[in-house]
Design a protein around this ligand. Structure first.
Ligand code: SF4
Length: 442
């Protein structure tokens, strides 16, 4: 990059041995993605075909976000529905017809599968085809699985986006597709930076509505903003589109590297790139530096949850001075995670240990032995670890909070600094006048 960018480490982690484990795991299922996807895709409705458990998960996860006409719901299949699959299909058709009659604003309907055996036996792809024919062209019906047997919580978004790729129209145009659901404000910042470099037309997947969708073909190039989109990546490549490999746009360095990979693809002049990015880079560095004071020299241990773990570890190591001890990810995909692993420095302790998958008890043992300053994990593990005196950060918060690109880099660092400051307060009392302590108490 240029003089503002630190060189890559002498030894990165791309070729480090990976500890692969398969056992009991502690993660939310893919239905969780509906919580952010229903806000992003404004003409969509997510109909979960599931049990009362699925309905409860959605209601409690989305509790604060439910408004008059939510864009998700659950068609509950009871044990008795197993008596006849034909009846279950008819009941689903009736449910969909009722919903679409009541909600003419719905242009895309996602049937979302779940784990109960009665749902697994139901052929949702056949149902989606049948319903697409019935309601075309006004409504497009797609299906994907959010089942906890098949998906971790961010894989729901991957499955949803992958289901959209085959139905996008064919196009020969040379276009950039940016893939991954970002909060609108963050997406607009990203589009503004690309536009200032003269890159366009730029489309995003998921689009905010069906009319904004683009065609796809051999001249499409795409960049991912989320590291959990491996099925979508494969679906786009099957359509002939080409992936621009880059570190993920988390932190100042990741954002600059991501933007530069896209800019290089479109032949953007280095001087123009620097003039567009210089101010936001400086702001991001300053904001990160404020939180990094708390983080420098501290150790961090990642349990596998969101698949954001590798780019986050890279950010914390290189921009915040933290020492990752173990970086666990549910899945590691070289085309997606390789560029971040290249930048993640191997440290003097022979680590970090890169691990894929989970056997939760064994991993808890490793975490307890390592006694990290900060543990990033799911809600279910956080409380017991806190009770044992370890500071924790909930992985799910990192998915719900805007953290991508320059203007969010400081907030991202602060998310990790907060639990450490809170612990400091508990240890040393609240006598400090540091305003950041007031923030940590909030
Ligand atoms: S794990 Fe399965 S049953 Fe439980 S909420 Fe998720 S999809 Fe429904």
């Amino acid at each position: 990059m240029n003089d503002l960018t630190p060189p890559p480490p002498a030894l990165g982690c791309r070729t480090s041995p990976v500890l692969k484990q398969r056992g009991q795991r502690e993660v939310f299922c893919g239905l969780t993605g509906i919580i952010w996807l229903h806000r992003k895709i404004q003409d969509a409705f997510f109909l979960v075909v599931g049990s009362r458990t699925c309905a409860h998960l959605l209601q409690s996860a989305a509790g604060v976000m439910i408004f008059a006409e939510p864009r998700f719901g659950t068609a509950i299949l009871e044990e008795g529905d197993l008596a006849g699959l034909n009846d279950a299909h008819k009941e689903l058709d009736r449910e969909v017809a009722r919903l679409l009659a009541r909600r003419p604003d719905i242009r895309q309907l996602f049937l979302v599968g779940s784990c109960p055996s009665e749902v697994i036996k139901l052929d949702l792809s056949r149902a989606a085809e049948r319903l697409t024919i019935e309601f075309a062209p006004k409504v497009r019906v797609l299906e994907y699985s959010g089942s906890g047997i098949e998906t971790t919580f961010t894989q729901g978004e991957d499955a949803c986006l992958a289901s959209m790729v085959p139905v996008l129209p064919e196009s020969d145009a040379r276009e950039l597709l940016v893939v991954g659901a970002l909060p609108d404000v963050v997406e607009d910042q990203m589009l503004g930076l690309l536009e200032a470099m003269g890159i366009g037309p730029v489309r995003v997947l998921p689009a905010r509505n069906i009319d904004a969708e683009m065609g796809i073909g051999a001249n499409t190039v795409f960049a991912l903003t989320q590291p959990f989109l491996s099925d979508t990546h494969a679906a786009l490549e099957r359509r002939g589109a080409r992936h621009i490999q880059a570190p993920f746009p988390l932190g100042e360095e990741g954002t600059t590297a991501w933007l530069w990979a896209v800019a290089s693809e479109f032949g953007v002049d280095r001087a123009l790139f620097d003039s567009v990015t210089e101010s936001p880079r400086r702001r991001a560095r300053q904001a990160v530096a404020a939180a990094a004071q708390t983080l420098t020299g501290k150790t961090v241990f990642f349990f596998p949850d969101s698949q954001l773990e590798i780019p986050l570890a890279r950010f914390l190591a290189r921009e915040c001075g933290m020492i990752p001890l173990e970086v666990g990810s549910p899945y590691i995909h070289d085309a997606l995670h390789g560029p971040d692993l290249d930048l993640l420095p191997a440290n003097d302790f022979g680590g970090p240990q890169i691990s894929e998958g989970q056997d939760v008890d064994l991993q808890l043992d490793r975490c307890r032995a390592a006694r990290p300053d900060l543990t990033v994990c799911g809600l279910g593990l956080a409380n017991p670890l806190e009770a044992e005196g370890l500071s924790t950060k909930w992985a799910i918060e990192l998915v719900f909070t805007p953290v991508h690109f320059y203007e969010q880099a400081g907030d991202l660092a602060a998310l990790f600094a907060r639990p450490l400051r809170r612990k400091d307060i508990l240890k040393h009392g609240e006598s400090t006048s540091d305003p950041l302590f007031a923030e940590a108490r909030a």
